[in-house]
Design a protein around this ligand. Structure first.
Ligand code: UD1
Length: 422
């Protein structure tokens, strides 16, 4: 397995281009299953999770061609010949469950393995299943698979989520576009990726109102047609690289960044003493002094502070002046980066869903291990400012969600290299 070697190397300067959002792309791709006409995505990120979704769609009979070095995904589902999403693919990536709603809505039947995915808590799919039941689906769990049927087609209904779920909102939204009648989703997720999905579905002919608010209303239509859609900017990649100059000093411009994607995160950066400025091409980030201040952070659904930036924010706060308290409200067991940061000299106490971080002067390089996608990049950020060398192993986690991480950070002056396994 490859590893990444990072050597603390002082201030950074330059520009980093931000890719299309992995999480948006992973829900836009299954939208191809809703129509027999082509769906083309532009601004797609080049990531292993996207390859996994390509493999999954291919196994169902959809065609996915990668054009322009993978930045364009030309998809067609005119000939779906298999309605079973197999465990061997689904276990690699939890977002695979997003093929369930579209397949069921279009053809009235689907069998999907229960997913695996990141080891960040139990992560059930009950809300996805309840939402589809509210649209008239008949579901049965057998041998680790969800067997779903809607013999007369799905019917519009009321989907009221007891808690906010991004994936379940996406599944319900896609399924409802082809259901007969009106569907109202309440307590819907409001993430930019949901808005992006709704906009793509609207281009395909879907009747959707209220995306970006907690109530989404969908008027089902008989069929959806083809469309071309650019994937929204990746707000998590954006936030991650915004932290690089915050941690190391210097000034970095994030190309394609927008304040609206990272509002709550920018408020916390401001509190910590970091300036974020809008430029013609994106956002520019610089810390106001050498000392970053401790801040308290609680993760919440959008528009709150994203759980997917919690690990990276912790890397920053490890060397802040004072004590920061991070509360993880979305996923249990999402502090696996803390023991690795401790190996680098951080002072962190974890109690349940709360981590208390006492800032130290400087972290020290160490061999560390990536445990999940966002944890792995937090270790790279920590390594950028640490004294000496940090080797991050198990970087396959990183390849799931960050394209060209070495090239992007090298481009702003970081000392970083990928060590290929012999
Ligand atoms: C998506 C993102 C992930 C991000 C998360 C929260 C993708 C591919 N992944 O994941 O990067 O961290 O949103 O912003 O878009 N839950 C249930 N039952 C369900 C579904 C979820 O109890 O059926 C719980 C989860 O365990 C979690 C909470 O709801 O505690 C929120 O999860 P959810 O928003 O569904 O996350 P994902 O869509 O899986």
């Amino acid at each position: 397995m490859d590893s990444i070697l990072v050597t603390g190397n002082g201030p950074l300067s330059g520009q980093i281009p931000i890719a299309g959002a992995k999480n948006a792309c992973l829900t836009l791709m299954p939208a191809t299953l809703l129509s027999d006409e082509p769906l083309t995505l532009t601004n797609a990120p080049r990531l292993s999770d996207i390859r996994t979704m390509t493999e999954l769609l291919g196994s169902l009979g959809a065609e996915v061609s990668q054009l322009q070095d993978g930045q364009v995904l030309a998809m067609s589902s005119h000939d779906l010949n298999n309605h079973t999403a197999d465990y061997d693919i689904v276990r690699k990536m939890r977002a695979s469950i997003l093929v369930l709603g579209p397949m069921l809505a279009r053809d009235g039947h689907a069998i999907v393995s229960l997913p695996g995915g990141c080891a960040i808590g139990a992560r059930p799919v009950d809300l996805h299943l309840k939402a589809l039941e509210a649209l008239g689906a008949e579901l049965e769990l057998k041998d680790g698979y969800v067997h779903a049927k809607a013999p007369g087609g799905l019917k519009g209904g009321k989907v009221d989520f007891p808690l906010v779920s991004v994936g379940a909102t996406e599944n319900a939204l896609m399924a409802a576009t082809l259901a007969k009648g009106t569907t109202v989703i309440t307590n819907a997720a409001r993430e930019p990726e949901i808005v992006d999905l709704a906009q793509c579905l609207q281009k395909m002919g879907a009747q959707i109102e209220g995306e970006g608010t907690s109530t989404i209303t969908i008027q089902g239509v008989d069929r959806l047609h083809g469309a071309t859609h650019p994937v929204v900017t990746d707000r998590i990649e954006l936030g991650t690289y915004m932290l690089a100059p915050a941690i190391c000093g210097g000034e970095v411009e994030l190309l394609g960044g927008r304040m609206g994607l990272v509002g709550a995160f920018c408020e916390k950066l401001d509190e910590a003493g970091i300036d974020v400025r809008e430029t013609e091409k994106g956002l520019s980030v610089k810390r106001r002094s050498d000392h970053v201040k401790a801040v308290d952070v609680t993760t919440e659904p959008f528009p709150g502070f994203p759980t997917d930036l919690q690990a990276q924010m912790m890397a920053l706060l490890c060397t802040a002046d004072g004590v920061s308290v991070l509360e993880e409200k979305i996923f249990e067991n999402r502090f696996m980066h803390a023991p690795e940061l401790l190996r680098m000299g951080a002072q962190i106490d974890v109690h349940g869903g709360t981590a208390t971080v006492t800032g130290v002067d400087r972290l020290k390089g160490a061999p560390v291990m990536a445990t999940d996608l966002r944890a792995s990049v937090s270790l790279i950020l920590a390594g950028l400012a640490a004294e000496g060398d940090t080797t991050v192993s198990r970087v396959y986690h990183l390849d799931r969600g960050y394209e060209h991480v070495v090239r992007k950070l090298e481009g702003v002056g970081a000392k970083i290299e990928r060590i290929k396994e012999q």
